[in-house]
Design a protein around this ligand. Structure first.
Ligand code: PLP
Length: 289
């Protein structure tokens, strides 16, 4: 559920009456980048990593960062506070701004549109953790710069709908016989005692939760490789996990209608997820950046 106060171009104001121009390039072209940041106990999780990725996306689309990290931190904390603190998720969007007319090539003088709002973050339903979720696979139909977190998400939108229409939770994508990622998740595959996940490249988003999985695996001394994951490895996996900011880590227990290994969340998931929960439980009151 969206919370009532948003941030738009320097002002905190009611989300219900916030307005941007229909000539904004985010509306006309999807010419904008964004971040989604989980907030636990009033404290944004991995804010620095999200802001680093925001700036990376901005650089890749030839925009300069409109705010410093401390400025964003102040905006985020004020927005979280004005919306009552606790567990939320925070959405930040920077668009190239509104020009006087529609033209693919942008004029250099545009003022970016800065928008942020928060939603309540409900706890992950226990049934998802205990039984896992279903996923379907399909070809990756997106563009060649999936590392940019762009609001131009039409392919992802259609891919997610494919899962929902099939009664599944996520669509996992394959390209030339190899795993890329989910429509809004990174994907981790367990074979034996080790975790495998595709390396960061232009083919996938550099996931912040993916980094958390990698860090926790290192703490727990679980081997974790970053490299090509074949379709055969995905289909023969002992465990499959999805990782993403709003839900953390979820086990996939059905893939294209077939059970993943025994069809139950696996033992490595249980270990990693317990550590993930204790990481986020300790956040309240710690510095955000
Ligand atoms: C395409 C895609 N991949 C991966 C992710 C996971 O990234 P993060 O863990 O930073 O939320 C997302 C998040 O929305 C996404 O949209």
């Amino acid at each position: 559920m969206p919370l009532p106060i948003c941030y738009l171009n320097g002002d905190f104001q009611p989300l219900a009456s916030a307005r941007v121009s229909p000539l904004d390039r985010a509306f006309l072209f999807g010419d904008a980048v964004y971040e989604v940041i989980p907030v636990y106990g009033g404290r944004p999780f991995r804010l620095r990593q999200h802001l680093d990725r925001l700036n990376r996306s901005l650089t890749e689309i030839r925009m300069t960062a409109p705010r410093t990290h401390p400025e964003w931190e102040a905006i985020c904390l004020a927005l979280i506070e004005r919306n009552g603190g606790g567990d939320q998720y925070l959405y930040i969007q920077v668009s190239r701004g509104a020009a006087t007319d529609r033209n693919h090539a942008w004029p250099e003088s545009l003022a970016p549109t800065l928008f942020a709002y928060t939603s309540s973050l409900e706890p992950v339903a226990r049934i998802l953790l205990e039984q896992g979720v279903a996923a379907v696979t399909t070809a990756d139909t997106r563009w060649a710069r999936r590392d940019i977190k762009s609001t131009a998400l039409l392919a992802n939108v259609l891919l997610k709908k494919l899962a929902v229409d099939a009664g599944a939770y996520e669509t996992i994508m394959l390209e030339n016989g190899f795993l890329t990622e989910g429509s809004s998740t990174t994907v981790h595959v367990v074979s034996g005692a080790s975790i495998h996940t595709p390396a960061n490249s232009h083919a996938i988003l550099p996931g912040t939760t993916r980094e958390v999985v990698i860090e926790i695996a290192a703490q727990l001394r679980i081997a974790c490789t970053h490299g090509p994951v074949s379709e055969a490895e995905l289909r023969g996996a002992d465990e499959i996990w999805l990782a993403f900011s709003t839900r953390g880590i979820l086990p996939v227990t059905r893939l294209d209608g077939a059970p993943v290994a025994g069809g139950r969340p696996g033992p490595l998931f249980a270990r990693l997820h317990a550590e993930f929960l204790s990481t986020i439980a300790g956040l309240a009151g710690t510095p955000a950046l």
